[in-house]
Design a protein around this ligand. Sequence first.
Ligand code: NAG
Ligand code: NAG
Ligand code: NAG
Ligand code: NAG
Ligand code: NAG
Length: 373
Amino acid sequence: MSPLTALASVALLGTRVNADFIPTVLGTPRVLGNVSDPTIDRDSCGSDRFGDRALWTCRDSQPFSKGVPVLPIYSSSSSWTDFASDSTPLIQTWTDAAGNTETGLLCSGKNNEKPFFPYPSDECSSNTAGACDDGTRYVLWPNSPPLVTNEDTSTGAITAYTWISEDHINGSLTLLNPGPGTILYEIKSDPHMNGDSTGLPTVTTIQENFWTADEMPYGVYGEVVVNDVAYLYGQNAVRTVGLAKVSAGSVADKSAYQYYVDGVDGTGVSITNAGAGGQGTFYYSTVWNLYVWIGQAGISVAPDFYITTAPALEGPWVRPINFYSADYINWSYTLQAHPGLLANSSENAIYLTYTINDSGYYWTPLVYVQWES
Ligand SMILES: *[C@@H]1O[C@H](CO)[C@@H](O)[C@H](O)[C@H]1NC(C)=O
Ligand SMILES: *[C@@H]1O[C@H](CO)[C@@H](O)[C@H](O)[C@H]1NC(C)=O
Ligand SMILES: *[C@@H]1O[C@H](CO)[C@@H](O)[C@H](O)[C@H]1NC(C)=O
Ligand SMILES: *[C@@H]1O[C@H](CO)[C@@H](O)[C@H](O)[C@H]1NC(C)=O
Ligand SMILES: *[C@@H]1O[C@H](CO)[C@@H](O)[C@H](O)[C@H]1NC(C)=O
């Protein structure tokens, strides 16, 4: 299948072996409110820390008019959220689009009803949702949060990347191009250049089909940066999970990548238990000295959060277990962890979000989970 599998095997980072570790939740997870921009209805968000703020990127977004989502749909948006003086996420109360009092993380930033991740010209780019004349749609939906690869501590300038699958769907959400190519986008934020605090980062398309249709879509399934090296997980059309690595400064240079190849014949790239099949987030836990994945088991509409850990990026990963189930509201998906919201590297906890799509609109509950030490 993928020509990448012919490349040489590489040894990846290993850390202290703490095999088969699954944490225990301390007490009852706390629902802190919603992550919300009262002017935008939006689906499926992820976040990373950008200096003293968090940047969120989301999928389909629509303006709210008197509490009702209206046109246009734009396929992605982004926003900032703030931290309190003690570095915890700033929980506030405001009036939502329908005039109700809402509590949670208040989002800001002007999207101007345009996709944050721009469309290539051959993907029905004249429509903000990638809708084509024949009733099909290119959905350039981020699956994973922005991956911060560099932060200039003197200027506050930040560089991050996002890989997005060029999914082409029809009116019944059938994927018309299984195993599509992947676009690499570069996100740049410079608080000084952007001037006002609502200015959103700029996005550049590094390459359409950075990964071609026959290659593993590394970076779409998840990513983590450790010691200035970016590690990227991909999941292909048959749900095999693969791993690539590249120096954090060379993400845009395809020739700089190395690929983890399991086994001897160079074709067994599957990394068992690196994720439970559905959407989720990879991160590194300093408290446990382990890699972590939190997310959803396969295609599901229930907010059942699974976790697995591993001493090294290529595993062995523990069989994922369900550690928390939020109150079920149909549909619930895009289960994400937000390590960038933690106040410091010794906080033994994690923030979670998921998307609820019900009653004709979307919302994003924020949950705080503490772990037993
Ligand atoms: C979150 O949003 C939902 C849907 O709009 C709403 O019912 C709920 O009250 C909100 N939660 C908080 C804590 O404001
Ligand atoms: C989408 O494609 C599937 C598979 O070809 C087909 O069964 C379905 O009818 C299509 N839906 C629309 C709205 O065209
Ligand atoms: C969730 O919603 C889908 C589509 O509206 C429906 O088919 C399904 O029965 C619902 N599931 C539950 C458990 O309510
Ligand atoms: C880290 O953050 C947690 C949560 O806010 C706080 O309780 C703890 O005191 C902080 N630890 C350090 C070393 O700053
Ligand atoms: C989910 O969102 C889609 C698009 O807005 C909508 O058609 C569908 O009815 C929603 N599902 C539920 C259960 O509200």
